[in-house]
Design a protein around this ligand. Structure first.
Ligand code: ATP
Length: 287
């Protein structure tokens, strides 16, 4: 049995860090949605009890450190499955970019294996298994658009934002999410207006979606890596309607509904950043 599963990236329309918890995690509140920038995961059942990972980017681990491996392993362990799987990851999502590429691969493996192994698990059950791998995996299991709270696993689904182009630029910088969390001063920062973003989405108001884009981690990442702020400034200069950093960065994205503006932004950015993408916003949940 084999299948190909799409693993779309997520972006944060808002990202707020509410407080640090006693268990070391942070409580967050964020509006997340999926975009049509996706890895493709090829799954093939093996009769032998092993998990083989092959990935198109050499610096992504191909052993048990790969989140796709962990997903297959957990599923096999949980259900006592003795057969194995070969997982080929055609990596299109930039790595360590704030786009949850690894989490989405793990989620796609859970969905794909549930399908080809006919396990009959619900998305809720897959999400619960996914949480053992990482805080963003449950969201990636469902896809769509949601307000995420707690560690990111408490999901409240909302309607898809108005259709638009998403222009993303990732500078060649690695951002440590851990360090951003350590440096953020939760009591001193301006917090995003999550409720206003939700209202803008629910009322299909693109302008207000753009004006409420907000990420509490931006200033911390900008201080550590001024190049990220430069990209945001460039995007504004090229006439973007709304621009914000995704996750802990370093990817910055702009939204626009205008085809020629999307093209202008893409071409303008391509002049000085190698990794630039123009994709559609997806926003709909997986079936
Ligand atoms: P952040 O965690 O900062 O939000 P991200 O979710 O965009 O960033 P990923 O692309 O998921 O980051 O990669 C984060 C780390 O996870 C990298 O160090 C990478 O080596 C490791 N990793 C494990 N499995 C995968 C995978 N399937 N795809 C990409 N990276 C993976």
């Amino acid at each position: 049995m084999q299948t190909i599963v799409k693993a779309p990236a997520k972006i944060n329309l808002t990202l707020d860090v509410v407080r640090k918890r006693d268990d070391g995690f942070h409580d967050v509140e964020m509006v997340m949605t999926t975009i049509d920038l996706a890895d493709r995961i090829h799954l093939k059942t093996l009769e032998t009890d092993q998990i083989i990972i092959d990935v198109t980017k050499g610096y992504v681990p191909s052993d048990e450190k790969n989140l796709a491996y962990q997903a297959a392993h957990l599923l096999k362990e949980r259900l006592g499955i003795k057969k194995g799987v070969s997982i080929f990851i055609d990596k299109q999502i930039p790595v360590s970019a704030g786009l949850a590429g690894g989490s989405s691969d793990a989620a796609a493996v859970l969905r794909g294996l549930n399908d080809i192994w006919e396990l009959g698990l619900t998305l809720d059950e897959l999400a619960e298994i996914g949480l053992q791998i990482g805080s963003d995996v449950p969201f990636c299991v469902y896809g769509g658009t949601a307000i995420a709270r707690g560690r990111g696993e408490k999901l409240e689904f909302i309607s898809a934002p108005p259709p638009c182009w998403v222009i993303l630029a990732k500078p060649p910088i690695g951002v440590s999410t851990k360090e951003v969390y350590q440096r953020i001063k939760v009591d001193e920062v301006d917090h995003p207006q999550t409720a206003l973003m939700v209202k803008a989405i629910e009322s299909n108001n693109f302008e207000q979606v753009c004006s409420n884009l907000s990420n509490v981690m931006e200033d911390v990442t900008f201080n550590m890596h001024p190049a990220v702020k430069k990209i945001k400034d460039r995007m504004k200069q090229f006439g973007s309607e709304g621009t914000v950093m995704s996750g802990s960065g370093p990817t910055v994205f702009s939204l626009t509904q205008n085809d020629s503006k999307a093209e202008r932004l893409y071409n303008g950015l391509k002049g000085f950043v190698e990794q630039v993408y123009t994709v559609r916003l997806l926003g709909q949940r997986h079936k």
